[in-house]
Design a protein around this ligand. Structure first.
Ligand SMILES: Nc1nc2c(ncn2[C@@H]2O[C@H](COP(=O)(O)OP(=O)(O)OP(=O)(O)O)[C@@H](O)[C@H]2O)c(=O)[nH]1
Ligand SMILES: [Mg+2]
Length: 418
């Protein structure tokens, strides 16, 4: 299921303005990541300020955690209720954000300790994530305009990272850089004029964000958020066909000089087979080819490209990883990726591989440690997944990644021409 918020556009804008002009990025959604506090804290730890939103039948309530969730650190928490015309709030002072959550599976002693530790018991606001119940003390109910001693079941819980909007000077700088990058990629022409368009293949584990990256690139050039490639979460992979996407300048404009190629995700047991990767790299696999994770393509396939030319080949490979789970890649997956990397080097040459991840700087080190690639080749992007509008900062990351990929393809073409 795609990670999209339940907040309406208006609700999101009102909350963003209320908490000082923030930008929201959805980190956790209970119906996707399970109603489980462990998952919630894993996704939301060290992300800076966060906002927790609880959706009950008639109400939207929640908590704004100004300094974010850091394990066992006390931070100011503001409870809120989103009303028709206003947002009611109640500051409960400094607490560890864990104080808000009670997991059914936590031993009773933890629950008791939590309540005893709560310095201001009148400020009670408890989210029973597993049971989908939110409870408030009478003081909180009163302050938030809720029925007295309110205990309500809820359907959804979402947590967003809240980023500060930039001041005017920085904003202008970002917009200028975005314009420069956009024009650079709009006018980009492959090195050596050996091909008209470079082909960039995205590889990575199932659910890493390959198709979302393609949608993000398309959105940047189209000028509004668009979702052509199917995205979502499915253990066996959402994208099962080989798809090549041309990128157009604006709506229906000319095709730009790069094609992004999407494939079936990698997985320990099934997923994309290494043999098929070699066929893709050499240009034998046609657009819309339906992968079979048990058997690679053969030359008997009706659309098999028998004599691929340079334009059909892959000129750059970008590995995509989800930064929130890159540390948990299994040894089998790491071994598979390293094997693929060796194949890529054999077929495409020894040019830098590009790694795209969501924006958590520390993660770069983790990817570097785990897979052994040069830090400068690891790029950070944040895809358009639940946004309503384009964001120049996101665009800069996406365009910079694309620019680096085009440089890598140029290096490859230059190598061939010597
Ligand atoms: N928070 C966050 N979530 C993302 C980002 N990019 C993708 N996602 C989410 O990750 C999930 C998988 O994204 P996809 O783009 O379908 O991933 P994929 O690699 O194409 O997956 P398969 O086709 O199944 O192999 C979706 O729920 C996306 O909303 C991102 O930059 N940030
Ligand atoms: Mg996909």
């Amino acid at each position: 299921m795609a990670l999209t918020t339940r907040l309406t556009w208006l609700q999101e804008k009102r909350l963003q303005n209320h908490f000082g002009g923030k930008q929201f990025s959805l980190l956790y959604k209970a119906s996707v990541h399970e109603f489980c506090t462990k998952n919630l804290f894993e996704k939301c730890c060290n992300q800076g300020p966060i906002i927790i939103v609880i959706y009950s039948e008639n109400d939207v309530t929640g908590a704004y955690v100004q300094h974010g969730y850091q394990e066992n650190r006390e931070v100011p928490i503001i409870l809120f209720a989103l009303q028709e015309t206003e947002i009611l709030e109640y500051k409960i002072g400094s607490h560890t954000p864990e104080i808000l959550f009670y997991d059914r599976y936590a031993p009773l002693t933890v629950f008791n300790r939590k309540h005893r530790d709560f310095k201001n018991p009148s400020a009670g606001f408890w989210i029973y994530l597993c049971e989908k119940v939110v409870a408030m003390s009478s003081k909180v109910s009163e302050e938030l305009g809720q029925p007295q001693n309110c205990t309500a079941s809820f359907q959804e819980c979402e947590v967003f990272r809240c980023e500060d909007l930039l001041d005017k000077r920085k904003q202008e700088g970002v917009i200028k850089l975005r314009r420069t990058l956009l024009s650079e990629m709009n006018t980009y022409e492959p090195n050596q004029e050996m091909v008209h368009q470079i082909r960039i293949l995205l590889l990575g584990p199932i659910g890493a964000g390959k198709s979302s990256f393609i949608n993000s690139v398309k959105s940047v050039f189209r000028g509004h958020v668009t979702n052509q490639a199917l995205v979502g979460s499915d253990p066996t992979g959402i994208s099962t066909k080989y798809r090549t996407y041309s990128i157009k300048d604006g709506n229906g404009g000319r095709c730009l000089s790069f094609i992004l190629c999407d494939s079936l995700g990698l997985s320990e047991k099934s997923g994309l087979c290494v043999e098929d990767i070699v066929y893709i790299l050499k240009g034998h696999i046609p657009d819309r080819y339906q992968f079979d994770s048990m058997e690679p393509i053969t030359s008997r396939h009706p659309n098999y490209i028998h004599s691929p030319s340079l334009k059909d080949r892959i000129h750059c490979v970008a590995f995509v990883f989800d930064a929130s789970s890159v540390e948990q890649l299994s040894p089998e997956m790491v071994a598979k990726i390293k094997k693929i990397q060796r194949e890529v080097i054999k077929c495409v040459g020894d040019f830098p591989d590009i790694y795209s991840c969501v924006p958590v700087k520390l993660k770069l080190e983790a990817v570097h440690r785990k897979l052994g690639f040069v830090l400068s080749d690891i790029l950070v992007v944040s895809n358009y997944i639940s946004e309503w509008e384009l964001n120049p900062l996101k665009d800069i990351l996406i365009l910079s990644a694309l620019r680096k990929m085009s440089w890598a393809a140029d290096d490859f073409l230059e190598d061939l021409s010597h």
